[in-house]
Design a protein around this ligand. Sequence first.
Ligand SMILES: [Zn+2]
Length: 375
Amino acid sequence: MSTVVSNIGLLVTNDGPERTAAALVLDHGRVVWVGDSAKAPAADERVDAGGRCVIPGFVDSHSHLVFAGDRADEFAARMAGRRYEAGGIRRTVAATRAATDAQLLATATRLVAEMRAQGTTTVEIKTGYGLTVDDEARSARLARTLTEEVTFLGAHIVPDGIERADYLDLVTGDMLDACAPYARWIDVFCDRGAFDESEARRILLAGRERGLGARMHGAQLAASGAVRLAVELDAASVDHCTFLEPHDVDALAGSDTVATLLPGVEFSTRSPYPDARRLIDAGVTVALASDCNPGSSFTSSLAFCIAVAVRDMGMTPAEALWSATAGGARALRRADVGHLAIGARADLVILDAPSYVHLAYRPGVPLVHRVLTAG
Ligand SMILES: [Zn+2]
């Protein structure tokens, strides 16, 4: 069935300039026509955008949705002055292991629906709160029922009750083998208090041998060689990128590795924001993602991330929108989402606003009028 979305006040396709008085035709889940609303061909169904702004669906390339438990108390303590450290993950690991499959799937499904209602049409989901072979495999299996973009993050932390060397053998051996059938990506938290660069190299290379693409959590807590390692291994993305040396920026700029910025984390941990302006000016491809997780960033809203990125990270509203759509698609190495060129997936959001600038200009206000998806 074909659908024409007509009377679009402002259309962002991420493929050429913004259009006014525009229309789109969608057929079999793809964009098949883009042009002036007055010249739009007929279709089986007509959606009148009523002069509203239409944007590509958000591509949230970084989330941790398979978990149990609540860490609101930790957030409140941080806001009262305590610093964020990586160890809080252990609480979520204990709660996740104790949960049933049905409980984990219900929470993740609810969060994906929450994202969808806010305009996110593609989401990546990581494991990383199981940290045993069986618990990681079930996290990957449950995530795979919700998205194609599943990431194995056994290397989140070394869990209690196992020696570090033994855990590394597991993450690069049996645990990886159990998760790889459900996953497209492998990720490692390469930072102060987490995994070092030689460990991260071993983990990502083991994933690559099993056919998984590399991603990395890096430079969130301190500068290190993590970013250069990610670039050297052609990771699709290095995520956080708060603490960067000049050579890190140069390495990213000359690579296909996206710098994925996660402003919800700095907001929720009251930490310094990454400098998006510096990255963009250097020619680095920047993505914005939610990092939705119960510890350091429990937001599912990319509109919120856009507002913070514009307010505090030096991005223009147009750059922030691009990073939350096309940038996220680059971070997942997807050519079919994040834009609305002819042939792209018909994933789009009709905003209850005349312009996408309202995403930052009207922070905290629900601005999604309607979400259309190919599925
Ligand atoms: Zn994360």
